[in-house]
Each structure stands twice: as C-alpha cells, then as structure tokens.
Design a protein around this ligand. Structure first.
Ligand code: PLP
Length: 472
C-alpha cells in the first residue's frame, strides 16, 4: 500500500504536497517504471485526503509525462521518468555510501524527525547576533570587506584559542588555527593534507558518522573499520600491519553510540600513533553539552604534535553559519592554509567577525549555559518517555550531546521495521546504517533530540512505541 504523511497545517496545499510526494518518488525510482499506482480512491483513503485531490494530482503527473494510462488496466509510472538527483548520482561514485547521507531531503510534513546533532533553531540568539552584525557592518574597517587570508580572521582565532584552552584543554597558538566552512570542510582538507596524492588509509570508528565517512570515501580513501563499544574505540583493534595515515575519532561523545573515551584508551591511541608514525584526527563537535560530570579534556592536549583537532560552531550556535576550524601541529599549518585557499579562499569574513565579538563579549558562554539547560530538559523528556512507553529498552550514550542510543531487546531495526515506524509518522535512525561491518547493532537506534520540542519528543516516543509494539 502506498502511504505518506500530509500536513494540514503546512503552508503548501494538500494538492501540492501529494504531487511533490509522488513526483519525488518517481524521480528517485521509489516508484519504478511500469509500476501500477493505486486507484485514486485507494490512495485518497490511504493518505486521508479527498479523491478529487488525488485525481487532480494524477492528471497533472499525466500531463507532465510522469504517468501513463493503460486502458482497462490503470495508471502506471511512465518509462524514462527516473532521474537521479545530484546526491544520488554522487553516491554511485562513493562506494557503499547512501545518497541520503550526503544531502538528506527535509522530512515530510507532520513527521517527527529524531535526526541527530540538530541544534534547537528556536533558541538561536537572534537579538545579540543581529545587534553585533549591525555593528560590524557599520563600523568594521574597510579591509573587512575585501578578500581575507585563508586561515580566517585573527580576531576569531585569538578568542577561539583562549576558549579552547580553558574549555577543552586544547593547547595551541592562534597561528595553528584555520577557520573552515564547518567541520565538514576541515575534515575534507585534513584528508587531502594527510593523503598527499595517494589513496589515504583511514582508521575509523565503526559505527561512524555517515557524513564524515562519506567525505573520506569520496576522497577515495580506504576505510579501516575499528570496532567501538559503549565507551568508544577499542585501541587494541587498530590495524596491526601497515599503519593508516590517520585515525579518525570522536572521543568526547562518539557518534553514533555516544561513549566517552576513557583516559587509558586515549593514551593507548596516542601511543599507537607515535609508534606507527601516524596522526590522530579528533572531531569534537558537541562536547560543550555534557550533562553528567565535567567534560573530559581533548586528546589534542595530550599530544599537540600528534593530534589534529577539529571543531565546529554548528551545534553550539547554528549549522547555517558554516563555521568550523582545525587546530594543526605547526608543521602542517602552511600546507593546510594553501589547501583552504584552493578550496574557497576563505570562510565568510563578516560572520567570523560577528562570532569573534559574540565570544569576546561573553554571549557565547552564556548561550552555552542556556542551551545546556534546554538540552538537558529535552534529554530528560526523551529518557522518561522511553522509560514509560518502552520500559524494556536500554538507553546508551546519553551523558552528552544531543542524541542518545536506544537498544530494544528482541527487536531488529530492519528496513521493513523502519518503514513501519515511518508510517506512524516518526523518523529514527538505525545504528546499522552507520556501521561498516554489519550485524552488530541491529537492535539499536539513534534518537537526536536537540531540535525537537518536549511536546514533539513525547509524541514521537509514543508513535515509536506504537510501531514497535504493533509489529510484535
Ligand atoms: C560527528 C560530526 N562532526 C561534526 C559535524 C559538523 O559538521 P559541520 O561543522 O560541517 O556542520 C557533524 C554534523 O552533523 C557530525 O555529525
């Protein structure tokens, strides 16, 4: 049965929503050439709209060539109407990666999406940011409006170096920082820097964030999976033979499993890097939001010569700023700046100046303290609703960040099961989706809560529990 949600409170009309849903499914080959569509009456009753709406949509799709009528038979998807989107086309180059991980489409209307690592857009500090933006625009020196240097604004690098030392134990001079267009670009440039005209070999945590995995794979790197347990990467499982070019880790809040790497394993990792003469690349994307105990300091602070530290403002403030950074051992700085210049000359300078003032004037610390309270509340809402509606479930990795992992004994989150959950109007993410070696995490899902209101979280868990129990 064909089903998708429609949202009566959305700005676009029901006709437009149904049209877009069908058109996108045909373009993406989810409805394949020659497939028979349900009758207008069936589809109308399945998605809960009037039959006239479906008839109007079918007519339009017929006129545009997406559908064809076969007399005495029904309405079918027409030949030649499949067209891979850019993301899909790229995915064929990126071995084993899903296009969805490169450019995920927005969730359909009405869907409660527990997407991980999405900050609370409703709490962006608009007033302070807007005021500083106006001041910068009116009073910044003229050079701020010309081309800048690839490493970014010195004002931002200075205040950032102080912040990183105090908050994350990162030991660096501002000269070692290069501001990038998000952590995404920082990691892409790191891959180029450390692979140098050959196919990079990168040891990655398994499971690993799909975005970063995609970046590495797209750069042509060979990925060497290293298993992860509830507290992070297992150093004894690192490649024993030829050393990788670098080991990519998220030690403060592993994605997706959420573990915090204990100091013993951090030391083992650094010892491995020294022994095999490779680097550690540390992604520290959300450790400001630690709810239990104090945030563990960075690995970079343990050995600034062996660790490249990558951070981002996407989670603390907003991903739309596109500001991240890399902290590099001095010997790599010049080459990294060069790579950054070739990539896009530099990251938007006015935004960097606003951010520097935002940090200097104390708004940044205040914002983090405020958001920690908001996320703590959202996390508690999620945990308490999970305990209420899915008492058999075990919660992992909830001590920091904006997501946690739910393990449901006896349940396998197969594609079929995920589709069933989606039909209840809720989107959760199977840990298996992030796994390189499949079959170890089948009863686990990732649930991000940062961007959802407590009401959405409560409703979403209820829908999830309904989908799970209905299938049992
Ligand atoms: C593990 C991890 N690190 C970093 C980022 C941030 O990337 P960016 O700074 O490019 O927004 C993400 C994005 O979701 C992520 O999942």
């Amino acid at each position: 049965m064909l089903w998708f949600p429609v949202d009566r409170s959305a700005e676009s009309s029901l006709t437009v929503q149904v049209y877009e849903q069908l058109r996108q499914r045909i373009l993406r080959s989810e409805l394949v050439e020659g497939e028979r569509l349900p009758s207008s009456r069936e589809l109308a009753s399945s998605i809960g709209v009037s039959r006239n709406i479906v008839l109007e949509v079918y007519d339009r799709l017929l006129a545009e060539g997406y559908l064809e009528i076969r007399p005495q038979s029904g309405t079918y998807v027409a030949a030649g109407s499949h067209f891979p989107t850019i993301a899909q086309a790229m995915s064929s180059d990126v071995e084993g990666q899903s296009a969805a991980s490169i450019a995920r489409p927005p969730p359909p209307p009405g869907m409660i999406d527990f997407r991980a690592a999405h900050p609370a857009a409703d709490y962006f500090p608009r007033a302070a940011w807007g005021r500083l933006a106006k001041e910068i625009c009116l009073y910044a020196p003229e050079r701020a409006f010309g081309y800048g240097s690839p490493e970014g604004a010195s004002e931002l690098r200075s205040v950032l170096a102080r912040y990183l030392l105090q908050a994350r134990g990162v030991r660096c001079h501002p000269e070692q920082i290069v501001i990038t267009t998000g952590a995404t670009q920082a990691l892409q440039l790191v891959t180029g820097l450390l692979s140098r005209d050959k196919r990079a070999r990168i040891a990655v945590e398994d499971p690993v964030t799909d975005e970063m995995r995609t970046i590495f794979a797209y750069a042509g790197a060979e990925l060497l999976p290293v298993p992860v347990d509830d507290t992070g990467i297992l150093p004894e499982e690192l490649p024993a033979g030829e050393a990788p070019d670098f080991v990519f880790v998220i030690p403060s809040h592993q994605f997706p499993l959420g573990g915090t790497l204990p100091i013993q394993r951090r030391i083992q990792l650094i010892e491995y890097a020294r022994r095999s003469d490779c680097l550690i690349v540390e992604d520290d994307y959300d450790s400001e939001f630690t709810y239990e105990g104090v945030p563990v300091h960075s690995m970079q602070g343990l050995d600034p010569e062996r660790v490249i530290y990558v951070g981002t403002f996407s989670k603390i403030l907003s991903p739309s700023l596109r500001i991240g950074y890399a902290v590099l051992p001095i010997r790599y700085v010049e080459e990294y700046r060069r790579l950054k210049w070739f990539a896009d000359r530099h990251t938007a300078m006015l935004e960097q100046l606003i951010l520097a003032r935002f940090m200097e004037e104390g708004y940044f610390d205040r914002h983090i303290r405020r958001m920690r309270k908001i996320y703590r509340k959202r996390r508690e809402t999620l945990a308490s609703n999970l305990r209420k509606h899915l008492p058999q479930a075990r919660i992992l990795g909830e001590s920091a960040g904006m997501h946690l992992v739910v393990e449901v004994p006896g349940v396998r989150f197969t594609e079929e099961r995920m589709a069933q959950i989606a039909r209840e109007g809720v989107h959760v993410y199977a840990v298996e989706h992030y796994a390189l070696v499949r079959g170890r995490h089948e009863n686990r899902i990732v649930m991000g809560y940062g961007g959802l209101t407590p009401q959405d979280i409560a409703d979403g868990v209820e829908r999830l529990a309904r989908a799970i129990t209905a299938a049992d």
